[in-house]
Design a protein around this ligand. Structure first.
Ligand SMILES: Cc1cc2nc3c(=O)[nH]c(=O)nc-3n(C[C@H](O)[C@H](O)[C@H](O)COP(=O)(O)OP(=O)(O)OC[C@H]3O[C@@H](n4cnc5c(N)ncnc54)[C@H](O)[C@@H]3O)c2cc1C
Length: 324
């Protein structure tokens, strides 16, 4: 019976959310197709990572220092061998900076079709249908997967991660594979500039866009974030202007965030921005343009001028906190 492989992404021992998203989506697909779901954990500490992947039917572990970072030239042939051993017809890989490029390499090695920017997966009368997000989200294309075979590169934020998490003890397999010698060698991991907040871990984000007008006005958002117990993030133009550090950028070329509250101030909601924040539990948009696309995904919105709203909101929250 053919299998579905899911490449687990991990960094410094932490399994990233996209891995659980993919596992959950694969689990659903596997149940419908009556096909086993096998997670793949590669790298020096792959066994420790594998223990967290109990949602898979089993985890294929290849522990090798050459797989420490998923370099395409090494990871590609290793996954190809695992596919052959397990007769895998569908492989899910994360559409992230770590694994980008691997899908195309794998498709070339296996001659299987490759669907990038995978945002949805379903089975229709036994046939797998993949929704691919094109042009930064302007077009959603439904792609039938011929013969239910293919390499899928999954966009982070497309599936609920909880569906891929399980307390079940993982069944570990250690298949014998030939790991090619890497031409690129991992030397050390360099942390991004320290001292800044990690916006991916915040429950509350007050996010500013070009509507904030000047760097000085960012203080308004900082004050509001302060009373809400959150942090300030921004759209790309705000970061490009140097008004906030790169670590605060939300979107396609920035961070993917999932706070409990995302307050978008003066952000139009371009597809590239939405890509990084549409997974927030509650989106509140403040934008003077009623036709701004941010309102398409916001749970609540107002066309009030942010410069009127923000000080009034801050004052109201402070009063409420003081019990007035
Ligand atoms: C390959 C690629 C990658 C990209 N990556 C990213 C990314 O990671 N993140 C990202 O954000 N963008 C990204 N972009 C850019 C993206 O396309 C948009 O240009 C950008 O998101 C727009 O930012 P904005 O909403 O702040 O500005 P604008 O689109 O200019 O919107 C400003 C909004 O503020 C509103 N406004 C103005 N004054 C006020 C006021 N006083 N009160 C209330 N509202 C007001 C306006 O009505 C307007 O809707 C990327 C683009 C490309 C091509």
């Amino acid at each position: 019976m053919s299998a579905i492989l899911v490449l687990a992404e991990h960094l410094k021992g932490e399994v990233s959310e996209i891995s659980f998203e993919m596992l959950g989506a694969a689990r659903k697909l596997g149940d419908e197709l009556k096909t086993p779901v096998l997670a793949v954990a590669l790298g020096r500490d792959a066994s420790a990572v594998a223990a967290k992947l109990g949602a898979a039917d089993s985890v294929l572990v290849v522990e090798d220092a050459a797989l420490e970072v998923p370099t395409v030239e090494v990871t590609g042939p290793v996954i190809q061998q695992l596919m052959e051993q397990k007769q895998a017809a569908i492989v899910l890989i994360p559409g992230t900076n770590l694994a980008w490029g691997l899908g195309a390499k794998l498709a070339a090695l296996t001659k299987l079709p490759y669907v990038n920017f995978c945002h949805g997966l379903k089975v229709d009368n036994g046939a797998v249908m993949v929704t691919s997000q094109l042009y930064g989200g302007k077009i959603m294309a439904d792609v039938p997967l011929a013969g239910n075979r293919g390499i899928l590169c999954v966009l982070p934020g497309s599936f609920p991660p909880d569906a891929g998490k399980s307390d079940k003890a993982a069944t570990i397999e250690k298949p014998a594979v030939n790991v090619p010698a890497p031409k690129v060698v991992f030397k050390k991991y360099i942390e991004p500039a320290g001292g800044d907040v990690d916006i991916t871990k915040q429950d509350v984000l007050v996010s500013v866009g070009r509507g904030i007008q000047t760097q000085d006005n960012i203080a308004l958002a900082e004050e509001l974030a302060g009373v809400l117990g959150g942090a300030v993030s921004g759209s790309r133009p705000v970061i490009d202007q140097g008004w906030l550090p790169l670590t605060r950028q939300v979107g396609k070329s920035g961070m993917t965030v999932k706070p409990k509250l995302y307050l978008a101030l003066g952000i139009s909601g371009a597809p590239e921005h939405q890509e990084g924040m549409r997974g927030a539990s509650l989106i509140v948009a403040v934008n003077t343009d009623p036709k701004a696309p941010i309102f398409d995904i916001a749970h609540f919105g107002t066309t009030t001028d942010l410069f009127e709203l923000v000080p009034a909101l801050k004052e109201a929250i402070e009063k409420r906190k003081q019990g007035a």
